[in-house]
Ligand binder design. Structure first.
Ligand code: SF4
Length: 238
């Protein structure tokens, strides 16, 4: 069997935010998108990152398996893990051999044979859908929403449990219209069994400063707790 080496930005041994339960989270290096709201601009460049083989990653993860419980496991996030689909597939195959649950955190903008093979060994996808309008995708992500919907259609066809996540960004998607559009997407894709709205945060400003890159959304405020509550309520209403 070919052993793949991945380019890794960082590893979080015990994460509680990226998938069910307690998880060993691997952040891959390199991203094909440029989201204005990105919290991890340090993952964008395909250069750099630390080399790890899939075996090394899973060996490390197994040290934490007692914390995983019945829901936790390994999450591969990024950056964009679909850019290193063969490596991610090997990590997930080894996880399964060791009885460890697998979760993929992605923006869903790439669907090729390597990605499909990766999805065959993925127990859950966290799909970050940035907006529900193509004009916003074009302007603030540099990608067409049709690519993400095509990816989601594939998840649905394969019946892969999916958590849909969206960062709520005031003035861009903090609207009733957006929530209605999200609900329509959920209804059309029964593979989505959970939706998470996450508030836009500006803590990452320091990362942009350090990299000497302007933070595109520096002038956009964080959403208020009240506005998040209102949107959550709208989302939960039938
Ligand atoms: S897909 Fe993720 S890592 Fe890539 S730019 Fe967007 S938010 Fe950042």
């Amino acid at each position: 069997m070919i052993t793949h080496t991945g380019k890794i930005n960082s590893i979080q041994s015990l994460g509680a935010l990226d998938g069910p339960g307690i998880r060993f989270v691997v952040f891959t290096q390199g991203c094909n998108l440029k989201c204005g709201c990105c919290h991890n601009p340090d993952t964008w460049s395909a250069q750099g990152g630390m080399p790890y083989t899939a075996t090394e990653i899973v060996e490390k993860a197994t040290h934490y398996r007692e914390y995983f419980g019945k829901d936790g496991g390994v999450t591969i996030s990024g950056g964009e893990p679909l850019l290193q689909a063969e490596f991610a597939r090997e990590v997930f195959m080894l996880c399964h051999e060791n009885g460890i649950n697998t979760c993929l955190d992605t923006s869903g903008s790439i669907l090729n044979d390597a990605v499909k093979a990766l999805l065959d060994v993925t127990d859950r996808v966290l799909l970050d859908i940035k907006y529900t309008k193509n004009e916003l995708y074009r302007k603030h992500v540099d990608c067409d929403i049709s690519k993400i919907l095509e990816f989601l259609d594939y998840l649905n066809e394969k019946g892969i449990p999916t958590t849909m996540r969206q960062v709520i960004i005031p003035t861009l998607n903090d609207t009733e219209e957006n929530i209605i559009a999200l609900k329509k997407i959920v209804t059309e894709h029964p593979c989505i069994d959970k939706v998470e709205l996450l508030p836009f945060k500006k803590m990452c400003q320091v990362k942009y400063d350090k990299l000497g890159i302007p933070f595109p959304f520096a002038d956009i405020p964080e959403p208020t707790a009240q506005s998040m509550q209102n949107l959550e309520k709208l989302l939960s209403e039938a």
